[in-house]
Design a protein around this ligand. Structure first.
Ligand SMILES: C[S@@+](CC[C@H](N)C(=O)[O-])C[C@H]1O[C@@H](n2cnc3c(N)ncnc32)[C@H](O)[C@@H]1O
Length: 205
């Protein structure tokens, strides 16, 4: 298991930079009226939630790293942005229960048991028509990681495989799915040629 606090503490500056992932632009371009109260899980130093807050959305972010969350809070303050930041485990529902309309998981690569536990409570928490946005490393990333040092987990079951995710998210319809090679420049954490998966799902039952 990754020691996230340790990893963030040794980084010189923001580990994944401040530029949001592609799924943020897709979400705000295609579904601006349906994002409502957004929850960003595993938000780290806050590049995703900050971009959403900067575009005027109401965002809560959860990450279990205190180091990353404190850094995110400093960045919010510097930029005059408001994000409700909580330290917590994304595999468990937040306390007290919160009302959300959409949720983002970006590069949150946790174990199968944690991911499934997270999806279980998210299915309850999201309303019908609620949107779930996923972006992370795809099933072939270990080869890219070895060849290009572009980051991501080595363990196959932590990666975002659309077939598996669709199976685990059977209450959702898929509006967008993408799995391809891209060049990442999320410095210094994710750099170079990588395989990325994106999904946009809507809760329909
Ligand atoms: C690769 S980083 C990505 C951070 C951020 N989403 C981004 O794209 O820059 C993964 C993040 O997930 C967090 N994380 C991993 N497992 C978690 C869990 N079970 N609950 C909450 N956060 C978790 C880590 O602390 C870390 O900040």
């Amino acid at each position: 298991m990754v020691n996230w606090d340790g990893k963030y503490s040794t980084a010189d500056g923001l580990l994944y930079g401040d530029k949001p992932s592609g799924i943020i632009d897709l979400a705000t371009d295609r579904f601006p009226d349906r994002l409502g109260h957004i929850l960003c899980l595993g938000d780290g130093e806050g590049r995703q939630s900050r971009a959403l807050a900067e575009r005027g959305f109401n965002v809560t972010a959860i990450d279990f790293s205190e180091v990353a969350t404190n850094r995110a809070r400093q960045q919010d303050q510097k930029r005059g942005l408001t994000v409700n930041r909580l330290i917590g485990n994304a595999a468990q529902p937040p306390e007290p229960e919160m009302v959300i309309d959409s949720c983002f998981l970006c590069f949150l690569h946790f174990s199968v048991a944690e991911r499934q536990a997270c999806f279980r409570w998210l299915k309850q928490a999201l309303p019908l028509g609620g949107l779930l946005f996923l972006e992370g490393f795809g099933p072939d990333q270990p080869q890219h990681r070895a060849k290009y040092m572009s980051g991501g987990p080595e363990q196959a079951d932590l990666l975002y495989d659309t077939t598996i995710l669709k199976d685990e998210l059977s209450e959702f319809t898929v509006h967008h799915q993408f799995c391809a090679e891209v060049i990442l420049d999320d410095r210094p954490g994710h750099q170079g040629l990588a395989q990325i998966t994106q999904m946009i799902c809507e809760k329909v039952r």
